[in-house]
Design a protein around this ligand. Sequence first.
Ligand code: SIN
Length: 536
Amino acid sequence: MNEQYLLDLDLRRIPALAPDVIVIGSGITAISAALAAAENASVLLVTKSNLQESNTYYAQGGVAAALAPGDSPESHLRDTLVAGAGLCDETAVRKLVTEGPTRVRELIAWGTPFDREDKEHLSFTLEGGHGHRRILHANGDATGQAIESSLAKKIFEHPNISVLENHFAVDLLHKDRVCYGMLALDVKGGRFLKIEAKATVLATGGIGQVYRESTNPEVTTGDGMAVAFRAGATMQDMEFVQFHPTVLYLAGAKRFLVSEAVRGEGAHLLNSKGERFMKNYDERGELAPRDIVARSIYAEMLRTGATNVFLSVAHLDPNLVLERFPTIHKTLKQYGLDLTKDKIPVRPACHYMMGGVCTDLLAQTDVERLFAAGEVASCGIHGANRLASNSLLDGLVFGHEAGVQARGLAEHSQPTFPEKRVKPMRDKETIPLDVDDVRASLKSLVSRSAGIVRDAETMTNALQMLDFWQKYVYAEEFQTVKGLELQNMLACAQLVIRGALKREESRGAHQRSDFPQPNDANWKKHVTFNRRDFEG
Ligand code: SIN
């Protein structure tokens, strides 16, 4: 785990670019960072796929912001701290909830069509853990798509921003914990690029694909976390992985998210006998924070021997259901299910990573000139469990902050990367390896060992297996995205399980059957790792 680079590359032989600021990613965080940085800097936005392929695009629920009459940032702060189970940084949360409304108003000014009650008034919905209706949504349940479209338009119109799609971040250019830019692989052309910059912003999202069942798109393979870790950055709270309670569970169907907002509008969760069960686990019923709902569903599935539970809105006005959830309705219809009438089979799936690259309130990592924001980062706003719909707000607020800080560095001169060549630490060889097979095995292993409920024995065995796979998966110098992603997924899986093994308590989204209670005396603190912990 102490590898610093994945590939042996002579930097004098590959083409070079030199913008002031690089932003890696394509979702709301990356775009917010790019727009903020571009005020007085040239910005290169680099994404391994295209601007559409991000968690943002698929977000249904919405953006939480204290904008509704009677609501306040103070109330949003309280709800966020409760969900975070004692591990939020209150100053960071305060920044999120107080700056959030300004950033959302900016989105509205840029043309994001949030749904309205009437011309004057925005429409707000409720989600688990919120004490107020404060979730903004657009086109019913197509919120992410609406935001991403208005932001992408701003990006393509901006004279200081260039977009490099289909370029994979192989590694950061780094030495002695200073970042000088990145190495990119042109996914279509197969060429490498050296991109030097005065500041680099990571906004690459999470690790969803490390799990077999995930709400995240295919691109979420933990690349940003892995490149930062190899560059020497400190990683924090990697054991805190959030499971979304209600993901469509039908043989052969995509693990499609059925938004928490459906429960916010009054949906019931039913067990295999058709009985409501949530109140047996928590008095808040279907609107308990999502870690509690996910664990309750898991417990109910075990109790009844079922593979899933059901979500039902049959008791609600079908017109309201169709107006609020057109995307969900359309998707379910493809599989012969009618959201307004049928019981929808659902179960929990991996959804969001609370941990990540450790940053301060200015999105600065402990690698100089490297910033991180959004899901790839851990700045203390989510603690042990993220409050629903706080992630788009996180991207807006801390993406913007990262961009502002990056443009500050752009006023200074460009530092030159001192190396002519980068190299893995040990000699590499080409070995016969079925990358897809290892990827599938890794996803199953992580799901079995670091899922909703964990224990030391299962995780120790899983870690031994991952460490063994590492020996030969890291022996190869892949020049394909699939191979490079596998190496990143392996690094993230090891960090998740190491963190989960270390934290001998249950808190927020991290539940240990062998340590079922929170232990404030020993564990009301963060778990951190960096590459240097594995040296020697
Ligand atoms: C959802 O729509 O349920 C997801 C919202 C979120 O993860 O914040």
